[in-house]
Design a protein around this ligand. Structure first.
Ligand SMILES: [Zn+2]
Length: 447
């Protein structure tokens, strides 16, 4: 009665990497065995020395639909996802138009996904000043949590919250046990960079680490006061690692992500005028980034998410190279695993750490860890098969993102995605998408 089996030498199970057979039935993992059962007569897919891992869960993706589909959209982003082994993503409440800050906007968001979901997709609601009364309506509609900014978001209709707004919202969010995701930069000193607008060093100095450190200090205080699950998105400033570690030691309900680009690039080697590297908070110096790696190793940083946030070339100021006016955001959804693996393998990490950072831990944030993020009996058969020894050069024509510019173009990366399974359905195989529209909406189930 089994639909098919995947057999390989490097299957990532909760007890480590081992030779195993994964049986799939009705979209779920029916069993994980050391050998094929006697008399097994369904198909066996042999993956030999490729890695079989739970599909990637990326909880930080800006799809921008409806309203800004010239930036990115569900069709292109979710194709990029399955080509990159991403079997679940969670869409951010901006930069779509309308932003997902009301129940009505959420209905429009869901309508926009119709016929365009090629991977599983959940949704964060947005928290802005004045929308406290929408929080429970959004929860009832199925958002998995909320996202807020402490500095200008880049989108005028998604203004940042102040401490008073958080004090109203956090008790409500905490009561429902959902996480509040916070973009932690607090622009206390309005020190605008002067001089060469194409200079990366100038851009970097315009968003110093202290912006993050001040925001994180505030957020740790409120997290403790309200006992509200709090998640710091894209940590870049290493000087916040110690306060975060201290808060975790004290048992605060706190999680932290960083982004691939903070681990892969260093400020010292970013050329002036190359605005595809612009993001906020910015990519900092090597010494800082080495400390992010150490925090990841120690579990102070829980996981890694892309913050895929593309924009059209003119908004990225690709011609002028003006870092000050360029849209901040890096397109990278499809490259999540190879970028992280390429940087991690040089530092002696293994495949098990990659699976923890890209699947298991993000599943916990999104509240789907009883169904996704590990290869165990009863879990969804969302799986990725990839070759850690093989490398490739990133070329624009391999990317499914709407806009092909990304700082990873022409990089040689290790980790080739060979197959992606969504609920047991093969959706990507050896360079081609094999099944569209197999993605499901992941709405928080209300009890
Ligand atoms: Zn973001």
């Amino acid at each position: 009665m089994i639909d098919f089996a995947l057999r390989g030498n490097k299957v990532l199970t909760p007890t480590g990497i081992r030779q195993a057979v994964v049986l799939v039935k009705d979209g779920r993992i029916a069993d994980v065995l050391s050998e094929l059962p006697a008399g097994f007569d369904a198909d066996v897919i042999e993956i030999q020395d490729s890695v079989l891992m739970p599909g990637i869960i990326d909880p930080h993706v800006h799809i921008n639909e409806p309203g800004r589909t010239d930036w990115e959209g569900f069709d292109t982003a979710t194709k990029a996802a399955i080509a990159g082994g991403v079997t679940t993503l969670i869409d951010m409440p901006l930069n779509a138009s309308p932003v997902t800050t009301t129940a009505d906007a959420f209905d429009q968001k869901l309508a926009a996904t119709e016929g365009k979901l090629h991977t599983n997709c959940g949704f964060w609601g947005g928290l802005i000043p004045g929308n406290t009364s929408e929080i429970e309506k959004l929860i009832a509609k199925g958002v998995l949590g909320f996202k807020a900014f402490l500095t200008h978001s880049g989108i005028d209709e998604f203004p940042n919250v102040m401490e008073a707004d958080l004090r109203k919202a956090m008790p409500i969010i905490a009561r429902h046990g959902l996480p509040l995701l916070v973009h932690c930069e607090l622009s206390t000193n309005e020190k605008l960079a002067t001089g060469d607008v194409r200079s990366y060093a100038n851009y970097l100095s315009s968003r110093p680490g202290v912006w993050e450190d001040n925001a994180i200090a505030l957020i740790l205080r409120l997290c403790e006061e309200y006992n509200c699950r709090t998640h710091i998105v894209h940590l870049s400033s290493a000087s916040s690692i110690e306060p975060i570690a201290d808060a975790k030691r004290r048992g605060l309900p706190l999680t932290v992500e960083t982004g691939q680009h903070y681990l892969f690039f260093n400020a010292e080697t970013i050329p002036d005028g190359q605005t595809q590297f612009k993001c906020a908070p910015p990519i900092r110096e090597k010494e800082n980034n080495d400390r992010l790696w150490a925090a990841l190793r120690e579990g102070i940083i829980d996981f890694v998410a892309t913050d895929h946030s593309p924009a059209p070339p003119d908004l990225k100021q690709m011609k002028s190279g003006n870092f000050m006016t360029a849209w901040g955001g890096i397109a990278s959804l499809q490259l999540s695993l190879p970028v992280l693996w390429t940087a991690a393998r040089q530092r002696g990490f293994g495949v098990a750490e990659i699976a923890g950072w890209l699947s298991e831990k993000p599943a916990q944030l999104a509240g789907v860890s009883t169904r996704k993020g590990t290869i165990e009996t009863g879990y969804d058969a969302d799986l990725v098969v990839w070759n850690p020894e093989k490398s490739f050069t990133v070329l624009a024509d391999q990317l499914y993102h709407k806009h092909k510019m990304t700082p990873y173009l022409n990089e040689e990366l290790y980790g080739v995605i060979e197959q992606t399974y969504l609920g047991g359905v093969p959706v990507f195989s050896h360079g081609s998408i094999t099944q569209l529209n197999a993605g499901k909406r992941m709405l928080k189930e209300r009890e």
